[in-house]
Write a protein that binds this ligand. Structure first.
Ligand code: GLN
Length: 313
């Protein structure tokens, strides 16, 4: 299952299966514009190590990447402050929902990992240092455009505004961490950066392209520019595997076995190191806030290709 035609067929077959699926999960409603997304959408794109792009279904339709942006924001923040970032954010799975506050009191305002909302807010705070918010978010957008090799990627301002108007839990998290000194800017500024990064809109194709550096050990493409060191790419993949799906990260590793990061827009970026960068989108979510059919589709991909990082192949 490594030939180009096999992957092309696999992607098409999965898109067909998912188009017909009945139980699609429920779209997120707490961010109002996301509630209006058609749950019958499904897109899948696999970029293989040779650079071939295999896309099917709604792979060219842009969606709100939401928490998938935390991967790119973390990469940007590590580029700025290096491993000192880990003084302010942990590296352990939380076992709690993405927007949970419960561990922060016991752990003195240090979030468990950079992929839960609390951790991503600290990462946004790091990216904001020395900048106006609009410059910090512009820098992230430029970075994502570079990674995807696509200048058409934009921020959906309506989504950002809706999050600003309704994101009370995030406001609470930022203020709570501010009380411990782990948010260094005015919380509303850090929140502004965070809401805008979550509102980046991308297609499956753009997202799979943007994930290539994590498949290629930190290189933009084989023989290309270095985005991050091989060690950093490996570590980001490790965090995606252990923390990328919140309190369902264990289940995702069990079923799919790939580093993956989900978002409440229904997107998932999954990386098969050395083999593929995969983006899937289906807006209906499971009880943990991760794409229901997206997870199933990735399970199918892993099963058919043997790409699980736990397999002997
Ligand atoms: N913007 C969303 C929030 O902060 C991101 C959550 C997610 O995608 N899991 O609630």
């Amino acid at each position: 299952m490594e030939s180009v035609t096999d992957i092309t067929r696999l992607v098409r077959d999965i898109a067909q299966e998912m188009a017909a699926a009945e139980d699609r999960g429920a779209v997120a409603t707490y961010i109002p514009p996301l509630a209006m997304i058609d749950p019958s959408r499904f897109g899948l794109c696999i970029v293989t190590a040779d650079g071939a792009i295999h896309a099917a279904g709604d792979a060219e339709q842009a969606f709100s990447i939401q928490s998938v942006s935390k991967v790119f924001a973390l990469t940007q923040a590590l580029g700025k402050v290096g491993d000192t970032l880990w003084r302010r954010v942990g590296r352990e799975p939380s076992g709690t929902p993405f927007n949970s506050i419960v561990q922060l009191e016991r752990e003195q305002g240090i979030p468990r990992n950079p992929f839960i909302n609390a951790g991503a807010l600290v990462v946004a705070d790091i990216n904001l240092a020395g900048h106006e918010p609009r410059v910090a978010i512009g820098e992230l957008l430029r970075f994502v455009r570079y990674l995807a090799d696509d200048d058409m990627i934009t921020i959906d301002e309506a989504v950002a505004r809706a999050e600003q108007a309704t994101g009370f839990r995030n406001v609470a998290l930022a203020n709570y961490m501010k009380a411990f000194g782990n948010i260094q800017h005015a919380p509303e500024l850090t929140l502004g950066v965070y809401f805008h990064q979550c509102a980046i809109a991308m297609t499956c194709r753009q997202l799979a392209m943007a994930g290539r550096y994590l498949m290629h050990g930190g290189l933009y493409q084989p023989g290309g520019a270095r985005v991050v060191s091989a060690q950093r790419a490996r570590r980001i993949n490790a965090l995606m595997l252990t923390c990328g799906h919140y309190d369902a990260s264990g289940d995702f590793a069990f079923r799919v076995g790939l580093p993956g990061k989900s978002g409440v827009g229904g997107g998932i970026l999954a990386i098969a190191p050395g083999k593929a960068s995969i983006a899937v989108w289906s807006p209906g979510l499971n009880a943990n806030g991760n794409s229901k059919l997206g997870t199933l589709a990735l399970e199918r991909v892993a099963e058919a290709t043997g790409w699980s990082v736990f397999s002997a192949m």
